[in-house]
Design a protein around this ligand. Structure first.
Ligand code: IPE
Ligand code: IPE
Ligand code: MG
Length: 257
């Protein structure tokens, strides 16, 4: 079973933390549209219902001592959906930022945005910016919101920023390494995800955290996002705790400290 030790009093430091519990979970929230279609409802009703699942996911991760949770809520590619649906998603995102504000502040959960916040409509952007600002002192857990996020684009933007510096003589190409590229990604403040969970049954990353997920464990659940609850999370955590992360080494090497 997965231990709860990471948030107990005198919680372990990173070097002695419980490795069977992921430090960073990245969640691809998929299946809202199908959940709604199955009920003869418009797709936006599925997104609205998905908001309850977001609340359950944040609480369940917090209760289990997960230090960082990133939610893929809106991809750069999702702008190509019908306007009504995009408008609905932006409205729901604003609603989330407002309705969860007090609970997130009270629980010490710091919100960070990955992706291009500037591309969001002003009311949504403002509500999210306020949430980020007011939750900034939180140190119990980080909640990442991937909004207008694309993994390839994030890498391209980082490379462009480095190229501009190189052209100005501020960066020597030979000195560019993983750490320097990373520092220009919008995810730079977060650890790499240990576990990527996708609901809705599809088995793909859909441009989520491509660079950062190099050694993440992947878990795919048939549960549609609006039905996600603590039991879905626990099934993923149990599967994760059974995996052996090898990073290129042999199983025997990993087993021998
Ligand atoms: C995920 O649910 C929410 C977003 C991508 C914003 P979908 O809307 O993709 O739901 P399905 O995949 O069509 O069921
Ligand atoms: C991925 O879901 C994006 C988010 C969950 C925000 P999609 O439903 O957009 O992914 P595809 O199109 O099925 O790959
Ligand atoms: Mg989908």
């Amino acid at each position: 079973m997965v231990s709860d030790a990471a948030h107990a009093p005198g919680a372990p430091t990173d070097t002695m933390r419980d490795l069977s519990l992921p430090r960073h979970i990245a969640l691809i929230l998929d299946g809202n549209g199908r959940w709604a279609s199955q009920r003869g409802l418009p797709r936006t009703a599925g997104h609205q219902e998905g908001l309850h699942a977001v609340r359950r996911a944040v609480r369940a991760c917090r209760d289990r001592g997960v230090r960082c949770l990133t939610l893929y809520a809106f991809s750069a590619a999702n702008w190509s959906r019908p306007k009504d649906e995009v408008d609905g998603l932006m409205r729901i995102c604003k609603e989330f930022a407002e309705s969860e504000h007090d609970e997130l502040v009270a629980n010490g959960i710091r919100v960070e945005v990955v992706g291009e916040l500037d591309e969001l409509p002003t009311p949504t952007r403002r509500a999210v910016e306020r949430l980020v600002k007011d939750t900034a002192p939180g140190d119990r857990m980080t909640l990442g919101l991937a909004l207008s996020y694309g993994g390839r684009r994030d890498v391209v933007n980082a490379m462009r920023a480095i190229a501009v510096r190189a052209a100005a003589g501020l960066v020597i190409p030979e000195e560019i390494d993983e750490a320097s590229l990373r520092s220009f990604l919008t995810t730079s403040a977060m650890p790499d995800p240990d576990l990527v969970i996708r609901t809705g049954g599809e088995q793909r990353l859909s441009d989520f955290l491509l660079f950062e997920s190099a050694y993440a464990e992947l878990y795919f659940s048939e549960t549609l996002w609006p039905d996600f609850d603590a039991s879905t999370l626990d099934a993923a955590l149990t599967a994760y705790a059974r995996r052996q992360r090898r990073y290129g080494r042999t199983s025997e090497q990993v087993a021998t400290p």
